[in-house]
Design a protein around this ligand. Structure first.
Ligand SMILES: Nc1ncnc2c1ncn2[C@@H]1O[C@H](COP(=O)(O)OP(=O)(O)OP(=O)(O)O)[C@@H](O)[C@H]1O
Ligand SMILES: Cc1cn([C@H]2C[C@H](O)[C@@H](COP(=O)(O)O)O2)c(=O)[nH]c1=O
Length: 188
C-alpha cells in the first residue's frame, strides 16, 4: 500500500501524519521533497529560491521524486508506505506548465508508479487565509491565497485525471473527525 497525504501549505498534513504514525507503527513514513539523502540536498536547492529558472526548479523536484521512488517506494513495495506529498504536489505546484506535460514528466520520474491511496486535505480560501496569517510565510506561501487555491484545484484535477483511489476531506473539520475519515478510508 502506497498512501500519500496531500494538500496545499497549512492544510494539516503534518498534524494527520503524526496521528497516523502513532497508529501505524509498522509502516514506513517518508516525504517529498527530502525523503532520501540526495533528496535532502535537492529539497534545500528547490526551496531556497536560488534557481532563477522555473524549469530548473521543477526539475529539482522531479530529481527528488525519481530518487525517492527508487530508494523508498520500490524498495518497500511489500510494506505500507505513508508519504507526506507525492507526484500530485509535483504536478500541481508546477502551475506554469500545462497539466498534461507535468503528468507525462512525473510518470517518467516515478516509472509509472502511482500511489494506491491519496488523501487530499482541502482548504477553503477563508481558512487558508487564517492559517497563513498565523505563521511566518516561506517563499511559496508568499505567492498568496489565489495561487495556492489554484494549486489545490490542480491537485484535484490531477487525482481525478489519473483515476487514483482517493478521498477529499474538508480540512477545516475537527482534527479527530479528519483522523476518523482517514482511518475509514484506509480500512475500506
Ligand atoms: N483540523 C484542523 N483544524 C484547525 N487547525 C488545524 C487543523 N489541522 C491542523 N491545524 C493547524 O493548522 C496549521 C498547519 O497544520 P500542519 O502543519 O499540520 O499543516 P501542513 O499541511 O503540514 O503544512 P505545511 O505543508 O505548510 O508544512 C497548524 O497550526 C495546525 O495546528
Ligand atoms: C513535492 C513538491 C512540493 N512543492 C512545494 C510545496 C511546499 O510549499 C514545499 C514543500 O514544503 P513542505 O514543508 O514539505 O510542505 O514545496 C513544490 O513546489 N513542488 C513539488 O513537487
Amino acid at each position: 500500500m502506497y498512501v500519500v497525504v496531500e494538500g496545499i501549505d497549512t492544510a494539516g498534513k503534518s498534524t494527520q501524519l503524526e496521528l497516523l504514525q502513532k497508529k501505524h507503527q509498522n509502516a514506513i513514513f517518508t516525504k517529498e521533497p527530502g525523503g532520501t539523502n540526495i533528496g535532502i540536498k535537492l529539497r534545500q536547492m528547490a526551496l531556497n529560491g536560488e534557481a532563477k529558472s522555473k524549469i530548473a526548479e521543477m526539475f529539482l523536484f522531479l530529481a527528488d521524486r525519481a530518487e525517492h521512488i527508487e530508494e523508498v517506494i520500490v524498495t518497500n513495495k511489500e510494506k505500507t508506505v505513508i508519504s507526506d506529498r507525492s507526484m500530485i504536489s509535483g504536478i500541481a505546484y508546477a502551475s506554469l506548465f500545462p497539466l498534461e506535460k507535468m503528468i507525462e514528466l512525473n510518470l517518467l520520474a516515478t516509472n509509472n508508479i502511482l500511489p494506491t491511496h491519496v488523501i487530499l486535505l482541502e482548504l477553503s480560501p477563508q481558512e487558508l487565509k487564517y492559517r497563513l496569517s498565523q505563521k511566518e510565510n516561506d517563499a511559496i506561501e508568499l505567492r498568496g491565497i489565489d495561487y495556492l487555491i489554484n494549486i489545490q484545484n490542480r491537485m484535484k484535477q490531477t487525482i481525478t485525471k489519473l483515476g487514483i483511489n482517493h478521498i477529499f476531506i474538508d480540512a477545516s473539520l475537527k482534527i479527530e473527525e479528519i483522523e476518523k475519515q482517514i482511518e475509514d478510508f484506509l480500512n475500506e
